[in-house]
Design a protein around this ligand. Structure first.
Ligand code: PXL
Length: 268
């Protein structure tokens, strides 16, 4: 049995967050173990806005202890953390043992939060979690925030953002152009550190866009698929290829409900 571990938030409709992560792990044949950092329950009476509830740091530490005592986990995905106190406890837990891969989905905004609190959280994520990550999967917005670039509208821009984020310490950055990227294609760029110290390598993954609408859970599913494949021993590039194919099929076969957005179907 191969095991994949995720530290992320619960999203109550099941479309994103830990629920999407565990479904993705199952889909790719790995045994999923999860630690909940926060609970997000969208508000159907208020335009499906985010209601955000952090889990007490001691309870996060307790879950980490149980999960890591139960199995020898070496591959972990980090999803939504949400507060500086959560980031502190997760950073300490991660640093307490060696990992083969730490995949960071740098979830930077949650609508239910005060902008000031969100800025503290973003800074803490950058300072404490990003240096522990081996693979980072920013979307267009997160890549701009982390790289300091104003706009990512060419493949060269995506690659430059990836190179700048590599400077924070990870081995690989996958910058996802998403629906904001101009043109007919969904373009992701993988930038990887050269183990010999030379220039980072750049690989482009491109498929035709499926519409222009955002689909909930795409980012979570992508990062957890990368994590599952790394847990099985894939290279980062092969893991990205598998993850992109799974997310593409999952968007093609997306699920609609009473929410204003559709969600990815991990079973596709
Ligand atoms: O898709 C980002 C995301 C991640 N994790 C949780 C979320 C969301 C978006 O709503 O609720 C828990």
């Amino acid at each position: 049995m191969r095991f994949a571990y995720v530290i992320a938030g619960s999203e109550a409709t099941g479309g994103a967050g830990l629920q999407a992560d565990l479904k993705t792990f199952q889909r790719l044949g790995v045994y999923g173990i999860g630690t909940i950092t926060c609970i997000v329950s969208f508000d159907p009476a208020n335009d499906w806005g985010h209601r955000f509830h952090p889990v007490d740091p001691s309870v996060i530490a307790e879950q980490f202890e149980a999960a890591n005592a139960s199995q020898d986990l070496d591959t972990v995905k980090i999803g939504m953390l949400g507060t500086p106190a959560t980031i502190d406890v997760v950073a300490e837990a991660l640093a307490s043992k060696p990992w083969r891969h730490v995949v960071l989905d740098p979830v930077l905004i949650c609508k239910g939060q005060e902008p000031g609190a969100a800025l503290n959280t973003d800074n803490a994520l950058k300072a404490r979690i990003l240096p522990l990550a081996t693979v980072v999967t920013p979307n267009n917005f997160e890549a701009r925030a982390l790289s300091g670039l104003d706009s990512l509208s060419t493949i060269a821009d995506l690659a430059e953002a990836g190179r700048r984020i590599l400077a924070f310490g990870p081995q690989a950055v996958i910058v996802k152009g998403g629906v904001d990227f101009p043109g007919p294609d969904a373009v992701d760029v993988l930038v990887q550190r050269d183990p010999a110290g030379g220039e980072p390598s750049v690989e482009v993954f491109s498929v035709p866009k499926i519409g222009q609408e955002r689909v909930s859970g795409a980012g979570c599913t992508f990062a957890s698929a990368v994590t599952a494949e790394l847990a099985k021993g894939a290279t980062v590039a092969a893991a990205v290829g598998t993850a992109k194919a799974l997310v593409t099929r999952g968007i093609e076969q997306r699920v609609s409900g009473h929410t204003p957005f559709d969600t990815v179907w991990q079973g596709a």
